[in-house]
Structure formats: C-alpha cells, structure tokens
Design a protein around this ligand. Structure first.
Ligand code: CU
Length: 74
C-alpha cells in the first residue's frame, strides 16, 4: 500500500473553525494520514492511502457542508 497526495479547493473554508471541522472529519478516516489546510488559498492537502477512492474524500467534505473540488496538478 502506498500513499498519494491531492489538494482540494474548499471555497467555503473561512476560518479556523472550518479548518478544525474539516481536519477532524478527514483524520477520522484511518486511510487518511495527513491533512494540511491553507486558509489563504482555501486549499486542503490530503495524504491518503491509494486504496481510498478520492470520491470518498469529496463526499465526506460535502456531507459536512464543505463541497470541494480537486485542484488540477500543473
Ligand atoms: Cu469557519
């Protein structure tokens, strides 16, 4: 098993409370090993087991009221 990292754009992430909610929710998933939120860019970088479907990350963010999109890699 190996890890991959994706960055998500979360437009509704406005403050530290949002970051806490997002970080707590994602780190509850044991296939997610690291979450780094950057409020200034409204981006969340997630390191996760490649067995985890990225759609699951998107839907868990959607479920807590933070719809997200995957940032395209350059
Ligand atoms: Cu907030």
């Amino acid at each position: 098993m190996s890890n991959k990292e994706d960055t998500f754009v979360v437009e509704d992430m406005m403050c530290d409370n949002c970051i806490n909610t997002i970080t707590r929710t994602l780190t509850n998933n044991d296939k997610i090993s690291d979450v780094k939120a950057d409020l200034s860019n409204k981006e969340v970088s997630v390191t996760y087991d490649d067995q985890l479907d990225v759609e699951e990350i998107l839907s868990s963010l959607d479920n807590i009221g933070f719809p997200a999109t995957i940032k395209k890699k350059l």
